[in-house]
Design a protein around this ligand. Structure first.
Ligand code: ACM
Length: 623
């Protein structure tokens, strides 16, 4: 029936009834990282094609940010939100840059208000506004992540007031683009993913034994030779070295133009790209290009993932003045390309055996009164710090730079546990905490029996338990933390995503949310809601945290099985008879003994009658 056919009195009653309806309320979607304060309001804001993004004043940076927000939403919405300046009427998302130096509002803080009429985000800085926009996107239905138009007539955002700011200023992810090269567009896609969870540093590991990835105009062989290696696939460190005459066809590098584009792309998204040139060890790609810089002067190939450590000399010769001249020129170009306050100089895992055999190194040690090879490394690092300072940059390095004496102004990235960071902070240096046992995203995240091959173990819960400020350390010296994705066993962006998510959701919360607010059992359902967003965005993630964790042990001739789960409330079922267990099989309650003759146990997890974890089979000989 057409509404105009209704008698007038019925129409009036209908309108009155509609206006007396209680406010429509919807649940506030799950937010990661959990904000400082969330207060729900009454009603919803309905975003539609009439909604405008309104800037409180003309500002190029904020305008770009608004444009970016509009572009990001456009595929799912099927329309672009227009941007206006200074005209807050009708349905709008108002971006208010306070720019108030005296304000109590912290630099990355934002205040986000949603009511029936619209959205208002206020912040003191563009970074604050950007953070607010990321939260706003999370307040929208998961389908907003879809890259195709979603048939949805209204996009509801619940009324809410959020006040939010980060615990740490350094919330990083490291991508190793040396062991496997990731194209410019892949790096940009990785940035898009990380900013949704308020990461703001992308550390690019640009050089290593297996590839040099940045054009240096002064040294063209770095990318003509150093960026390429012979192709191999399979298990890293087991590959054959290059055969005689074999062509080096695997690799790639970023031109200056690529880097400028990546830096700019990151900057609009409030991300700093931290470049790392790993020296004096891990330098085989550099040495393959310019052999005169090593201790032996030999021609080594770029390593393809075969054994070479301590066999080929991958260390720069600290007694050779030419090394400092080359590095000075390299860092001139790096400093020009990357606006980052810091340059990372690596400093890790430097094998010093070739230095000990190099008469020039021994002579230098004698001349400088250096008592061992660690002090020689320290001599090298201190000279590099001076080079960086001459270019207006601060030096950061892995915690080995502490050995033999820390350079005066150095910042330390603590990876071999927390101790390097603690020692550096006790000396008054700033630190970024990236301990292997909480932050190494290249490690297994579930049972090696069913995970892609890598090494050691870093479960989701280990990341969530990370506490970046150790007792007795001045919290002001802990800039923050970082997840490190080394890519020896990570060949594609899809796999990089699988290793990154959801462990980096846990890390995002560790680095943003206050320690008191962090809660594992509360995090898990929010994470599961974000899986729906990843599904919409077609970003890969791991569900390994739902798999059973099986321990096999032997005692007095018996073999025992103990099973647990990271996530609470899962039901565990098992079989010893080689058949597939389901929820009608025996339920695991307590430690089991392998029955006589049983060769394996198969285990699976369920929740509310639905299988949630993958089946894992372990054998009696695993104990
Ligand atoms: C490192 O993992 N070698 C820093």
């Amino acid at each position: 029936m057409k509404i105009t056919k209704l008698p007038f009195s019925v129409l009036i009653i209908a309108i009155l009834l509609a206006s007396c309806q209680p406010e429509q309320n919807i649940d506030i979607p799950s937010l990661i990282p959990q904000p400082v304060s969330v207060t729900s309001g009454e009603g919803v804001f309905e975003l539609d094609s009439s909604t405008k993004i309104v800037l409180s004043e003309e500002n190029e940076e904020i305008n770009k940010m608004a444009e970016l927000f509009s572009e990001n939403l456009a595929p799912a919405l099927g329309f672009k939100l227009e941007t206006n300046v200074g005209l807050d009427s009708g349905s709008s998302i108002l971006l208010e840059l306070l720019n108030d130096e005296d304000s109590e509002i912290q630099s990355e803080e934002y205040i986000l208000n949603v009511d029936k009429r619209g959205v208002q985000i206020s912040a003191n800085t563009s970074a604050g506004l950007f953070n607010g926009l990321q939260t706003l996107a999370q307040l929208m239905p998961a389908e907003i992540e879809n890259q195709n138009k979603v048939s949805k007539s209204e996009w509801q955002i619940p009324a809410v007031e959020i006040i939010d700011y980060p615990r740490f200023p350094w919330r990083g992810l490291m991508l190793d683009v040396s062991r496997h090269f990731f194209t410019k567009n892949e790096v940009l896609a990785y940035i898009d993913q990380m900013v949704k969870y308020k990461f703001n540093v992308l550390h690019l590991h640009l050089s290593d034994d297996q590839g040099w990835r940045v054009e240096i105009k002064a040294y063209p062989l770095l990318t003509e030779v150093g960026a390429w290696r012979v192709p191999r696939q399979g298990t890293w460190w087991t590959f054959d070295p290059p055969a005689k005459g074999e062509k080096a066809t695997q690799g790639g590098f970023y031109t200056h133009e690529d880097i400028r584009e990546m830096v700019q792309y990151a900057a609009v998204r409030q991300v700093t790209i931290l470049p790392e040139i790993d020296i004096p060890g891990h330098s085989l790609a550099l040495i393959a290009s310019y052999p005169e810089l090593s201790n032996t002067g030999k021609n080594y190939p770029v390593n393809p993932g075969s054994k070479f450590y301590t066999i080929d000399d991958n260390t720069l010769d600290p007694s050779n003045e030419k090394v400092y001249e080359v590095l000075d020129n390299i860092f001139t170009e790096i400093a020009e390309l990357f606006p980052s306050e810091f340059i990372h100089i690596g400093g890790d895992e430097c094998y010093k055996g070739f230095w000990r055999k190099n008469p020039d190194c021994l002579a230098l040690m004698k001349k400088e009164g250096l008592k061992d090879a660690n002090e020689l490394q320290s001599y090298f690092i201190k000279r590099i710090e001076k080079i960086l300072q001459s270019k207006g940059k601060k030096m950061i390095g892995w915690d080995e730079i502490l050995e033999g004496g820390l350079a005066p102004e150095a910042t330390v990235m603590s990876w071999r546990g927390m101790n390097g960071g603690i020692a550096a902070a006790k000396m008054g240096h700033k630190v970024v905490m990236t301990p292997t046992q909480h932050c190494y995203l290249d490690l297994y995240q579930g049972d090696p029996a069913i995970e892609p091959q890598t090494y050691s173990m870093l479960r989701l819960r280990d990341v969530y338990r990370f506490e970046p400020v150790p007792e007795g350390v001045d919290p002001a010296l802990v800039l923050g933390g970082q997840g490190n994705l080394w890519t020896e066993s990570v060949v594609t962006l899809r796999h990089a995503e699988y290793m990154t998510w959801p462990r980096s959701l846990a890390l995002a919360e560790v680095l943003w949310t206050s320690k008191e607010q962090r809660n594992w059992n509360n995090f898990i359902p929010r994470m599961e809601d974000h899986f729906l967003r990843f599904d919409q965005a077609e970003v890969k993630y791991a569900r390994s945290a739902f798999d059973p964790i099986i321990s096999i042990s032997k005692e007095n001739g018996n073999t025992f099985v103990e099973i647990e789960t990271e996530i609470e409330g899962l039901d565990i079922y098992y079989s010893f008879d080689e058949s597939y267990p389901d929820q009608h099989y025996p339920k695991y309650e307590e430690k089991l003994t392998f029955p006589p003759g049983a060769g394996s146990v198969r285990v699976v997890t369920y929740r509310d009658g639905e299988q949630v974890g993958r089946e894992i089979r372990r054998t009696v000989s695993d104990g």
